[in-house]
Design a protein around this ligand. Structure first.
Ligand code: DGY
Length: 376
């Protein structure tokens, strides 16, 4: 009876992956640590060093190449699905996942999850303070989208539905592996789908708070998040009409104010983001954009930068319109939802976010609950 800790990784510094594998391997409850990567130089180096970590820590440490399991872009989802299948072939009791890029990973993350699981929860999700201009997919797509589509559910309340840090007990993993929506989701949509599937099944869910947050590098331009926006939106939209069982037991640790490390962090570069709104419009994009509420405002960016319209109220209408028109495989649709999202993030960054971290977080939280209340 023991735990397996998994780090999916791709473009992460090798030293960071090795550091995190070593920390996990020295935890008393952890019997095995697994890195899951794609074929390539990083994985080869990590695999070469795994044996040394294993001898040093006396815990099984290995690296696997992610299998092709899903039907979307091969990405993080294939890695997580590979790990879930390996876990079911083992006799471990708990499966932990952590993103490999956490620079302040330590035993507290494992302790917090293990203790909630021992207390009877099927799924334990970590949450932590994030910069007010970080988590922009969580705040502008996933939580509001869930609030509009499933307003009476627990889904939109989950603080970090895209979080890659979580623990699952064996029965929860069995459930996820048997759900084709999870198996299919090979891309960035996996976190959304795991959140959805665990809530929809009525599993008992706890959210544990990690005070120091997750220190990781933030983004350059919002362009860095294009793929993630599109794939997370697609995953959320794909379950907008899916049925949910009644919620299981739910516990959320109280949060605490964020430290300076988080409150003073800037999420992305404004300067390199602005051209994403103005440049390269095709006729097809214009045609699609204007069929969505406030699309005429968005296409004004062809002449000059224009994002102020995208406040919280108008975003509710835009998001509903985008959900109705969801066509994730269509490149024009992808480009249009991305531009709408960029406008919304810029509007928020230059208004609400300027009010300070605590204020901005409160406003975002209120907005999400208002969307849910309005959609009931
Ligand atoms: C999110 O929005 O939570 C993603 O991790 C991007 O920051």
């Amino acid at each position: 009876m023991s735990s397996l800790v998994v780090f999916p990784f791709k473009s992460v510094e090798v030293d960071l992956v090795l550091r995190n594998l070593t920390i996990a391997a020295t935890h008393h409850a952890v019997e095995e640590v697994l890195g899951v990567g794609t074929e390539g130089a990083t994985t080869a180096i990590v695999a070469e060093t795994a044996g040394a970590i294993e001898s040093e820590t006396d815990t099984r440490v290995s690296v696997a190449i992610q299998e092709r399991i899903g039907i979307h872009r091969p990405g993080k989802g294939d890695a997580m699905n590979t790990a879930m299948r390996r876990f079911l072939d083992s006799s471990h009791r708990y499966l932990h996942f952590y993103d490999a890029d956490i620079t302040n990973f330590d035993h507290d993350w494992i302790d917090a999850a293990e203790s909630a699981a021992t207390g009877g929860f099927d799924v334990v999700r970590h949450y932590f303070p994030r910069a007010s201009t970080d988590a922009m997919i969580t705040w502008m797509v996933t939580r509001p989208g869930f609030a509009l589509a499933h307003p009476t559910s627990l889904l939109w309340r989950i603080a970090q539905p895209l979080g890659g840090e979580l623990l699952m007990v064996r029965s929860a993993v069995e459930h996820l592996v048997s759900d084709p929506r999870v198996a299919e989701r090979s891309d960035w949509g996996i976190d959304t789908m795991i959140t959805f599937a665990t809530v929809a099944a009525g599993l008992d869910i706890a959210e544990v708070f990690i005070t120091d947050g997750k220190q990781h590098s933030l983004y350059g331009s919002l362009e860095d998040l294009r793929l993630m926006v599109v794939e997370c939106f697609a995953a959320m939209a794909s379950v907008r009409s899916a049925p949910l069982l009644s919620p299981g037991r739910y516990h959320v640790d109280p949060s605490a104010p964020a430290g300076d490390e988080v409150t003073t962090k800037v999420g992305y570069s404004l300067e390199t983001t602005l051209p994403l709104l103005t440049d390269g419009w095709s006729d097809d994009e214009v045609e699609l954009a204007v069929s969505v509420p406030f699309g005429h405002e968005l296409v004004r960016n062809r002449d000059s930068i224009h994002f102020e319209f995208a406040d919280g109220d108008c975003w509710r209408e835009i998001l509903s319109g985008l959900l109705d028109l969801a066509d994730p495989a269509n490149a024009t649709w992808q480009s249009v939802i991305f531009r709408f999202w960029v406008a919304r993030v810029l509007a928020y960054t230059t208004t609400t976010a300027l009010g300070g971290h605590g204020y901005a977080m409160g406003e975002l939280e209120t907005l999400v609950s208002d969307y849910a209340a309005g959609a009931v």
